[in-house]
Write a protein that binds this ligand. Structure first.
Ligand code: GUN
Ligand code: FE
Length: 450
């Protein structure tokens, strides 16, 4: 018999970048993990609308359902170093803080113990989908994918490729070893789900760390893997900081400073490419990534803490041009473990951009920011047919948010007479994981205290 979940109460989701729908008396029906009905009003439903086995959840007034957050850029092995090395420039931050931490993931026991907490922590915050960089270690990468699979998080997991310009203790032995291990991880991840009738929740992603840490031979080999496989996603860091751009230009002078040309020439740019940061972009590069349909993982916390000062990605211009944009925690690159912090910083960054552009690039609205954290991210990951909002036919990835009138959480207390919109805004701007009652991925409860 089909499993049926019914939720009655306030449902909030984005229809597009500017349209936020708040249905304050809705009924949402989930059958075997998929949304099969969304009634705007609960009042006109006949009492026998649901099968007898349906599990019915009535949300208290001022609680609400939102789509699960989509984190388009997350370094899982950096979870235990979040917040460290603030203010360092990117290459110094990698050498001083990041590589010593990632090196510890050579030990499968360490990887297992940390990744258990990592995945649980992101789920607990309502991140139902994440695109993860693992460390460069094969076993650790498999462990991360297995943990996502077991805990039920929707995820992309990529073994990080890095065969040069890193200390010996973390650099890969050669391009050929890196490529062989990458293929092994891809196969392993695809073998995790035994159910071939359903799209796999955990998928592989090709993950060259960035051009600086990859030899041309490695980039070439990764491009060949991508060319042979039109289901594979790709992720890398792209135009993150001036120090990184200068070093890349020195290593690859033939591309004259264009990372778009660089990655495209190796066959790494297509509609499944997730480009992290994109802070310093020429019009030419914006035009290239748009015509190649690449997505941008905007990581405003990382951009303003590690990496090189105060970098503000031109998100308004990306949206104006129709470039896909989502948000990323970046995990260790900054201090965020949750998307609420990233959304707040995205708004701050966009205010800065408005000033820096002398008013030309208007700041992001609240609606747009929520869109980026949900449906926008789903588009970047090419998952918009499955997740991102509560359109009938999509899979049910959701957060049940609860709110209080007192001091039980950090969130601005709700008050009598607050509209659903007002409570929602209080949650986004001041809430935290204490407001997460339940988290669902494809209809399965994966986190929550209720
Ligand atoms: N560029 C190359 N590696 C990294 C990383 O781990 N984090 C960030 N923010 N940028 C990078
Ligand atoms: Fe990153």
């Amino acid at each position: 018999m089909a499993s049926v979940l019914v939720f009655q109460g306030t449902v909030i989701h984005s229809i597009d970048s500017e349209t936020l729908k708040i249905l304050d008396n809705a009924t949402l029906v989930v059958t075997d993990g998929r949304i099969t009905a969304l009634h705007k009003s609960t009042n006109d439903l006949p009492s026998d609308s649901f099968p007898p086995n349906a599990s019915i959840h009535r949300l208290p007034p001022h609680d609400f359902l939102i789509p699960g957050f989509v984190d388009t850029h997350n370094h899982a092995p950096q979870w235990p170093m979040r917040g460290l090395g603030q203010g360092l420039h990117i290459l110094d931050w990698l050498n001083e803080i990041t590589f010593p931490v990632e090196a510890r993931f050579a030990d499968p026991a360490y990887a297992t113990s940390i990744y258990e907490h990592t995945v649980e922590d992101f789920l607990r915050q309502g991140i139902t989908t994440a695109s993860y960089y693992s460390s460069r270690h094969r076993e650790g990468t498999k462990i991360l994918a297995e943990i996502c699979h077991r805990k039920g998080q929707r995820a992309f997991v990529g073994k990080c490729n890095m065969d040069r310009n890193a200390p010996d203790y973390i650099q890969e032995e050669s391009a050929s070893v890196s490529l062989r291990e990458t293929e092994e991880c891809i196969q392993h991840i695809r073998g995790l789900s035994k159910n071939d009738h359903q799209e796999h929740l955990v998928k592989p992603v090709v993950t060259p760390r960035f051009a600086i840490s990859c030899t041309p031979e490695l980039l070439q080999g990764l491009g060949e893997i991508v060319k042979r496989d039109d289901a594979l996603a790709i992720q890398t860091h792209f135009n993150e900081a001036q120090q990184e751009i200068d070093a890349t230009t020195e290593l690859f002078p033939q591309f004259a400073g264009s990372e778009a040309d660089l990655y495209e020439s190796y066959g790494l740019l297509n509609a499944r490419s997730i480009l992290a940061h994109c802070t310093i972009m020429t019009d030419y590069e914006k035009e290239r990534i748009h015509s190649l349909d690449c997505g941008v993982a905007h990581c405003p916390i990382a951009n303003m803490t590690v990496g090189g000062g105060f970098m503000v990605a031109p998100v308004r211009d990306f949206l104006r041009r129709g470039i896909k944009v989502g948000l990323g925690t970046d995990s260790g690159g900054g201090w965020a473990s949750g998307m609420l912090a990233v959304m707040r910083q995205a708004m701050i960054a966009s205010n800065a951009r408005e000033v820096l552009s002398e008013g030309k690039d208007k700041a992001l609205s609240f609606e747009e920011t929520f869109y980026l954290a949900t449906l926008g991210g789903a588009k970047v990951l090419c998952l918009e047919d499955r997740i991102g909002n509560f359109q009938v036919g999509k899979e049910f990835d959701a957060v049940w948010v609860t709110t209080t009138t007192g001091l039980q959480s950090a969130m601005t207390p709700r008050e009598d007479g607050d509209s659903p919109r007002r409570v929602f805004e209080k949650y986004i701007m001041t809430g935290d994981d204490r407001n997460v009652a339940q988290v669902y991925v494809r209809g399965r409860k994966v986190a929550g205290t209720r």
